[in-house]
Design a protein. Sequence first.
Length: 108
Amino acid sequence: MPDGTPFPMKLEPRPGGRWFRDLGQNTGHFWGHVQVIKPPTLLEISGPMFMSYPAVNFVQYRLKAEPEATLLTIFHRAKGLIPQEHSEGVHSGWEHGLKRIKEIAERR
């Protein structure tokens, strides 16, 4: 989260596995299903993700070993009744998430 609080996400790492936000006591938010998983290089998920209205998302995480580091490529597409302000917020959300990934990776 932007304030540094961990986002309690769970991923069942198999085709058809769920990706969801676990709030405990059988509460939470369903984000999607694993469409493709080929560790350690590819993960594709499709589902509503963070949208609570008629929409479907597809996100692909691809990892490629480079001589000095690992390259992470993320591809995201969404279709549905997506309000303009939410569409704009998605861009800042991805920017924040990618910045955090980079910070964490550089510490290791």
